[in-house]
Design a protein around this ligand. Structure first.
Ligand SMILES: Cc1cc2nc3c(=O)[nH]c(=O)nc-3n(C[C@H](O)[C@H](O)[C@H](O)COP(=O)(O)OP(=O)(O)OC[C@H]3O[C@@H](n4cnc5c(N)ncnc54)[C@H](O)[C@@H]3O)c2cc1C
Length: 448
């Protein structure tokens, strides 16, 4: 076993939006940060092959439940944000602050730093426009959604963001990783953390596997940010056995139909939509690349629709599901889809079907279930205190796993806010430790 000998102030495990933000913020405050990332750091080229390698490997990045629902996550530098749809949704501030998580100031900071705005009309694709106008005709307040996009670099008629944007237009957490490295942080990719090292109730470092070797890094503060599934696995292996239960994954279906006069299939997904808060789901447009179109249809045996990609209008229904299920020690997902959660999706299906039919769509049908927001596995108020600290000193968690209640929303802006808040808290703790050392030092000098 080798030791990572360099000295660091903090180790961040995982580089999704939670980990990358905390790493960048701590680096900006002058802390020496080591980032350990399970996935590779290869440049993103926006191809289907790379997407599958990083987000479509069964048992690793596509975790299949007993109900054949695939929970998809990105295992690469930047985590799932490499393949996300870049929708920036305001946090549910009231719910969070009822758990002691006040992140308004940090979210405002993020909004000032990041390119958050609805897409310009030129960047909203023809399918999204048709769906929006049909929904509005039916009385829905269907509106453009905020996106994390550098719009001067974004191209209309482009669909590459689904597979990771190679043009630098879609913001991803990898950009924060690069900022952290520019500020002096170290990134080790292909490094899978197996457990946190704990001595006398205090985290002292981590053990990780890197290119066939088992290594250790020892350090003052450990921040586990391995995502909704990964963080529970690392914590369990480190003795926190209660992690990984009663979580959400925000299941979704898509509703599809074909129209004439559309030459689509190449546009930014989730340009516009509506949150049906009382009914417990979000509805948005969703256009996917041709390969995923084939996958969605093959799964439900609609082979007649395989060639309809450019004529398809697609609406996503994403539900706020109940907290239940468990993550296995090996990172498997055991969770069903309770009847009342299915009923929410079916209610949305009915509404989406009407919107598509009103837009002139034929052959309206739905996909199988999928999920892409696993979280709530290491909840604040259960495993963590409101500073995101575990029962061990020096051990924190910062990613989608910390969310304390059922969710149903795009989480990334919330995670950035939580991570900024954690970095401030850790910096303040360092300062108060330094002050108390200075205050104690005359006594030490006298007794010496
Ligand atoms: C297709 C898709 C579309 C989405 N669209 C949106 C959207 O529009 N808006 C939005 O807000 N959200 C969206 N999301 C969800 C969003 O991407 C995630 O919620 C977010 O990335 C979660 O961030 P995180 O920090 O919790 O973890 P992740 O992004 O999952 O990152 C965790 C990181 O930890 C690494 N890791 C895991 N285990 C270990 C280990 N043992 N050792 C070291 N590293 C480890 C992983 O490789 C990964 O890089 C989407 C997700 C998908 C898949």
């Amino acid at each position: 076993m080798n030791d990572a000998k360099q000295s660091f102030d903090a180790i961040v495990v995982g580089t999704g939006p939670g980990g990358a933000t905390v790493a960048k913020e701590l680096s900006a405050k002058g802390r020496k940060v080591l980032m350990l990332e399970w996935g590779p750091n290869t440049p993103i080229n926006g191809t289907a092959a790379q997407f599958i390698a990083m987000a479509g490997i069964p048992g690793k990045s596509a975790l299949i439940t007993g109900k054949m629902l695939a929970v998809v996550r990105g295992i690469t530098t930047g985590g799932s944000s490499m393949f996300f749809y870049a929708t920036a949704y305001d946090p549910p501030y009231e719910m969070l602050s009822s758990h002691g998580l006040d992140i308004k100031a940090e979210v405002e900071e993020a909004k000032a730093e990041l390119p958050i705005a609805p897409l310009s009309d030129e960047l909203v694709g023809p399918a999204a426009v048709r769906i929006m106008s049909s929904a509005r005709e039916l009385g829905y307040e269907w509106h453009k959604l905020n996106k994390f996009v550098y719009q001067d670099k974004c191209r209309s008629g482009c669909w590459r963001c689904n597979y990771g944007c190679p043009f630098g237009a879609k913001w991803s957490a990898r950009m924060f990783v690069e900022d952290a490295v520019a500020l002096g942080a170290t990134l080790i990719s292909d490094a899978k953390v197996t457990r946190v090292l704990v001595e006398g109730g205090k985290a002292t470092g981590v053990e990780f596997k890197c290119r066939g070797e088992l290594r250790r890094a020892e350090v003052g503060t450990v921040i586990v940010a391995a995502g909704g599934i990964g963080s529970a696995v690392v914590l369990r292996a480190s003795g926190i056995r209660g992690a990984g239960y009663d979580f959400f994954y925000d299941p979704l279906i898509t509703v599809m139909g074909t129209v004439s006069g559309l030459n689509g299939g190449r546009e930014f997904p989730m340009a516009a939509g509506i949150h049906m808060e009382e009914e417990g789901y979000l509805m948005t447009d969703m256009t996917v690349p041709a390969l995923l179109h084939v996958g969605f249809h093959a799964e439900v045996l609609r082979f007649d629709q395989l060639a309809s990609h450019s004529r398809t209008l697609q609406i996503m229904i994403k539900a706020k599901d109940s907290l239940c299920g468990r993550i296995t020690d090996g990172g498997g997902v055991r969770k069903g889809l309770p009847a009342h959660d299915q009923a929410k999706l079916m209610k949305g299906y009915g509404r989406a079907r009407d919107i598509l039919r009103n837009a002139g769509a034929k052959n309206v049908h739905k996909s199988w279930y999928i999920a892409s927001h696993p979280g709530g596995t290491v909840k604040v108020g259960d495993i963590l205190d409101s500073d995101l600290k575990t029962e061990y000193d020096n051990l924190y968690v910062c990613d989608c796993s910390v969310i304390p209640e059922a969710w149903g929303l795009p989480p990334t802006l919330t995670l950035i806010g939580l991570a900024k808040r954690l970095a401030k808290h850790l910096a303040a703790e360092d300062e108060s430790r330094a002050v108390s050392q200075v205050e104690q030092s005359p006594t030490i000098a006298q007794s010496a």
